[in-house]
Design a protein around this ligand. Sequence first.
Ligand code: NAD
Ligand code: UFG
Length: 339
Amino acid sequence: MSTILVTGGAGYIGSHTVVELVKAGYDPIIFDNFSNAKPAVLPRIKQICGRSVPFYAGDIRVREQMERPFKENKIDGVIHFAGLKAVGESVKKPLEYYDNNVHGSTVLLEVMRDYGCHNFIFSSSSTVYGEPDKVPLTEDSPIKRANSPYGQTKIDIEYMAEELQKAVPEFSVTLLRYFNPVGAHESGLIGEDPRGIPNNLMPYLTQVAVGRLECLTIFGKDYPTPDGTCIRDYIHVVDLATGHVAALKHCLDKPGVHIYNLGTGTGYSVIDMVKAFSKAIGHELPHKFGPRREGDVVCCYADPSKAKNELGWVATHTLEDMTRDAYNWQKNNPNGYDD
Ligand code: NAD
Ligand code: UFG
C-alpha cells in the first residue's frame, strides 16, 4: 500500500486523518514540529490503530529536516496540514504566518519535486471564498481577497501549487476546502486541544460544558439570518478525515488540479449549536450575547456534490454525533493532552 507523509499529522485534523489512513490500509508517516500539538497524541494514535505510526520531528521550513523522510522512505504522496491557523493571531503576526505557511509550503513542494514525489493534497479552507455572494458555495464560487493574513496564505498556497502543476505536469495537486471541522474520534482518545482560550465556537462550548470556562459569548444577534446569529457548515472531523482518504484514492497518480469542498451542505446557526450542545449535556449551556466579531462572514455552507459525485464521499455524522463526540473528548480530557 502507498506510503503517505502527513505534515502536521500530530495536530487536530492530521491525527484523525492518520487514524483513517491506517484503517484504509495506507502507511502514514507523521511529520510535525509540535508547535501546536503535544507528543502525547502519538501513543493515543497507536492505541486506536493497534500499531505505532512512524514519526519525524521537524519543521517544514527547514530543508534538511523536510528532506529526511524522503531520504529514508519512498513517499508516494503528501497530505499537508502543517501550518498556523489562528485568524486573529495572523492579523498581529502576518510575517510569521507567511513564513510558516507559505514559505514552509514552498520548501515542502521543492523537496517533493526534487525527490519525484508528485502527489500533493493540501488543507485549504472555505475562507478562500470570503463573504459569499450566494450559498451554497461550489468549487467555482469566486475566490476573494482574504480578510486575514491566515486566509491569504491559503489562497497563496493554492495558487503556488497550481502554478507548480502547470510547470511540472506530472503533479497531482488536490486542494481540499474545509468548512468548519468539529468533534472528535469516538474513542475520546484524540480531539481538539487548543492553546489558551479557544477562538472557535466548538472548543469554547466544550470548555464551558466542563466548567473550564464560565459562559459562551455569542458574537452578534442582529445578522440577517433567521435567528440573527451566523451560519456555518460544521463537519465532523472523522468525516473530514475520510474525505482525505477518498481524495487520495481518487487523485493519487492522476496528474492535474483537483478541487473539492469538504462540508455537509447544511448550515447551522450559533444558536442551533448552543441548543444542540445543551441537549448533549442535559441542561442549558450558559451563554450571553455580545457584539459582532470583526471579520465574521454571515452565512457560509458548502455544496458538497462534487465530492459526492467524483470521490464517492459524503459526510455521514449528524450534529448530534458532533456534539456528543466533542463533549466526550473534553469530559475524558478536561485539560486536553496535558492530563
Ligand atoms: P493544528 O494546529 O491542530 O494542526 C497543525 C499541525 O501542524 C500542528 O500539529 C502543528 O504542530 C504543526 N505545524 C505547524 N507549523 C509547522 C511547521 N512549520 N513544521 C511542522 N509542523 C508544523 O490545526 P488543524 O485544525 O488540525 O488544521 C490543519 C490544517 O487544516 C491547517 O493547515 C489549517 O489551516 C487547515 N484548516 C483548519 C480548519 C479548522 O477550522 N481547524 C479549517 C480550514 C483549514
Ligand atoms: N462564535 C461565537 N462565540 C465564540 C466563538 C465563535 O459566537 O466564542 C461564533 C462566530 O462569531 C461564528 C461562529 O461562532 O459566527 C463560528 O466561529 P468559529 O471561530 O468556530 O469559525 P469561523 O467560521 O469563524 O472560522 C473557521 C476557522 C478559520 C477558517 C474558517 C473558514 O477558525 O480558520 O472557519 O474555514 F478560516
